[in-house]
Write a protein that binds this ligand. Structure first.
Ligand SMILES: Cc1ncc(COP(=O)(O)O)c(C=O)c1O
Length: 379
């Protein structure tokens, strides 16, 4: 049986990871400033993470959601304490797209509306509801998606967004605080405040997709916290499990008390997923990683701006986009194979996406800058 050929691959085979490094089968060390697509939040093979998962595996790995699992409540309590996002209910599932699918359903259950508002350059996942609102993935929509009612507003045009929200026609608006796949544009915090008000006036649900920009990556626990707003629903995944497949929907119970029984999952919130996610939160707290992302991210941003060929540095914290004068495709390949550095791309062909683990230090940043400068020299 062959593996279904979905991705175009780089010919490199990581077999081991430690902190911000991965190693291939011949022992070559690569600096990981991609984080496996923003997933590695606390570094590869963190000892606390390994111990927590190993201990849990020796107790019980899985049982269904038809019995008590106190680890879910422990995870919810720790998430509330560390994020300081209070008074939400947590629904646990397995991936970012699944979190967004559930969020979109909840919004539609709540106000009975069918239409969804999303933004240009958005990416919310590949499952059937999430792909409907993924502007960057319209070519991946199958005929079964074609009846969906979705309106895309220009992500830089507040007036257009507010007009649509106020129409009262849409179940919800779904927004990434910092766009990931779409190229690191940030939604202005003042826009978010205006959108929040318009949602209140029109009984439209505000969903913040924090799948990529959440969990400390932006230098806030959730990126929308810089706007001081309260979303109705928050979705989270990636950094939440540091590689263990887990995601969450944080739901404001004041708005949505009645629809709980309409959601469900087999694997979501299982014992191992909870143990992994609790360990991640403990490391984020113990190592002060949200603060680290903020301070180191600011230093990295100013250092990046000094490099040759740079036209713009986008993003916040340790979620950064380096826009260059040329397409980055061959640079990215050279960085892997000649300089042993992993970086990411986006739908903007000139933008290198940087998503390192949140516990990198100054030494790792210096090493990254050396490798990147060497790569730029040979352009
Ligand atoms: C902002 C955002 N939302 C949702 C998703 C989908 O997550 P998953 O691939 O876990 O389904 C992604 C994945 O890149 C993402 O960046």
């Amino acid at each position: 049986m062959n593996i279904y050929d979905v991705y175009s691959l780089y010919d490199v085979t990581p077999v081991k990871g430690k902190g911000p490094y991965v190693y291939d089968e011949s022992g070559t060390e690569y600096l990981d400033f991609y984080g496996g697509h923003a997933v590695i939040s606390i570094g590869h093979s963190h000892p606390h993470y390994i111990n927590a998962i190993t201990d849990q595996l020796e107790q019980i790995a899985f049982y269904s959601n038809s019995v008590n699992n106190p680890l879910q409540q422990e995870l919810a309590d720790k998430l509330e304490a560390i994020s300081q996002v209070k008074g939400y209910d947590l629904f646990l599932i397995n991936s970012g797209a699944e979190a967004n699918d559930n969020a979109l359903k909840l919004a539609s259950f709540y106000n009975g509306r069918k239409s969804i508002l999303a933004l240009t350059n958005s990416f919310h996942g590949r499952t059937s509801a999430a792909i409907n609102v993924t502007h960057t993935g319209r070519k991946h929509q199958a005929p079964i998606n074609h009846g969906a009612e979705v309106v895309y507003c220009d992500h830089e045009n507040l007036e257009e967004i507010i007009k649509e929200v106020k129409s009262g026609h849409h179940a919800c608006i779904i927004i990434e605080g910092i766009q990931g796949v779409g190229g690191l544009d940030m939604i202005d915090p003042s826009y978010l405040q205006d959108i929040r008000k318009a949602c209140d006036e029109s009984d439209t649900i505000l969903i913040m997709d924090e799948v990529q920009c959440g969990y400390g990556r932006s230098g806030q626990f959730f990126s929308f916290q810089s706007a001081d707003i309260r979303p109705d629903i928050i979705t989270t995944a990636k950094g939440m499990g540091n590689g263990f497949p887990v995601s969450g929907v944080l739901i404001d119970p004041i708005k949505m008390p009645a629809v709980k029984s309409r959601l469900g999952t087999t694997y979501g919130g299982n014992h191992l997923a909870c143990a992994a996610s609790i360990a991640v939160l403990e490391v984020i707290r113990e190592e002060n990683l949200v603060h680290n992302a903020k301070t180191l991210g600011a230093q990295l941003k100013s250092a990046l701006a000094q490099l040759p060929y740079v036209t713009n540095v986008k993003g916040a914290g340790l979620m950064m986009g380096l826009e260059l004068e040329f397409a980055i495709k061959s640079l990215r390949k050279d960085l892997i194979f000649k300089h042993q550095l992993f970086t990411g791309s986006s739908t903007n062909p000139n933008l290198l996406r940087l998503l390192p683990p949140l516990n990198i230090n100054q030494g790792h940043v210096d090493q990254f800058l050396e490798k990147l400068s060497a790569g730029l020299k040979s352009i």
